[in-house]
Design a protein around this ligand. Structure first.
Ligand code: 3EB
Length: 339
């Protein structure tokens, strides 16, 4: 499977773990990193690759579906502390192996983020473009505080400790979802050599300015991040049915999906008006996280309707970080379509 530059510098594919297990190291030489979904099931053994293990159930696709990030350049890879990484000269994929999974969530989060920052800086990719977070039992409270709120404290502490801004243009795009209680924290990320451009949503309060009703420390993420990867690429953060800072359409998954897609459409308007990057909803590759597996058809239906054509969407059962939210949707637009 030789690299095909005509398809763009970065591609995202879905492949089952069973199929990946049959591939030789040579065939995986252009793989930047892998995200292995599914509750339980084996790890991807044998290959010296960063593999993020995300303990959520896949909906409407094989239970062992993996996302495979491929690129068109020679790769380097290694391990820095608990972080396994590969990098292609402009982009770095990082996955944290959490040895300290028994630590309190706030401390485990701070340690994971410090490790990501250290590994990215050591390799010359200091800009965090996109971070994905999966927190086991995300809506449960332990020591009196919801686990998502504990996570937000640890995340912000790591940014401050590492001299990073916790608001404004350098804040990474992100998602934060639940996972099986067996997997307390999974963190994986993309980092770049050159600074991306964060985009905020004028319909929403920036998450890093949320009032303290949502926790003692605000979440540290931007609504989207735009970057040049041999052409413009857009990473849309996990997006939900939030207007201002409030959750809207409580209990109605179709309305929540429509509001979420309005929010994503507004981010595309911002990308077009401010940065000249022209995408519409039909150009994106989506990932949808559903609190209730039974909502799959409703979410797919609303997505196809809003996009105006069938779009690719990997759907997963995962709790969303506010207990009243039923769906969160993220997206990417890659140069050349990225498939
Ligand atoms: C929201 O808009 C919904 O804490 O990193 C979306 C994306 C959400 C990222 C995060 C949280 C995060 O607040 C939740």
């Amino acid at each position: 499977m030789a690299c095909d530059r005509s398809k763009g510098a970065l591609r995202l594919q879905e492949v089952t773990a069973a199929e990946l297990a049959t591939r030789s190291g040579e065939e995986l030489a252009d793989v930047l990193g892998i995200v292995r979904y599914g509750v339980g099931g084996g790890d991807l053994a044998g290959h010296d690759l960063p593999v993020a293990r995300v303990e959520v159930e896949v909906l409407g696709a094989p239970a062992d579906t993996c996302e495979v990030w491929r690129c068109a350049r020679p790769l380097r890879g290694g391990r820095t502390g608990p972080v396994r990484w590969r990098a292609d000269g402009s982009l770095m994929f990082l996955s944290v192996d959490l040895a300290q999974a028994t630590a309190a969530l706030q401390d485990a989060t701070e340690a994971a983020y410090r490790a990501v920052f250290a590994a990215a800086e050591a390799q010359g990719y200091p800009h965090l473009l996109r971070i994905w977070n999966h927190i086991g039992s995300i809506n449960d409270a332990s020591s009196g505080l919801e686990r998502y709120r504990q996570f937000n404290i640890g995340r912000q502490q790591a940014f401050v400790a590492c001299g990073r801004q916790v608001a404004g243009a350098s804040v990474p795009a992100a998602s934060a979802l639940g996972a099986s209680e067996r997997a307390p924290l999974a963190v994986y990320a993309l980092a770049t050599r050159t600074a991306p451009t964060a985009i905020e949503n004028p319909r929403q309060v920036s998450a890093y300015h949320y009032p303290s009703d949502y926790g003692p420390r605000a979440p540290t993420f931007s609504r989207a991040n735009l970057v040049d990867l041999d052409g413009p690429a857009l990473f849309v953060s996990g997006t939900a049915s939030i207007v201002g800072h409030r959750s809207v359409h409580l209990g109605d998954v179709r309305e929540q999906t429509r509001e979420t897609l309005r929010n994503i459409a507004v981010l595309l308007d911002e990308a077009r008006e401010r940065h000249g990057a022209a995408w519409d909803l039909g150009d994106l590759h989506y990932k949808a996280y559903l609190r209730r597996a039974a909502d799959l058809d409703a979410v797919r239906d609303e997505l196809a309707r809003a996009a105006g054509r069938p779009v690719s969407c990997l759907s997963l059962q995962a709790d969303v970080c506010r207990a009243e939210l039923l769906v969160e949707i993220e997206a990417v637009a890659l140069p050349g379509g990225g498939r």
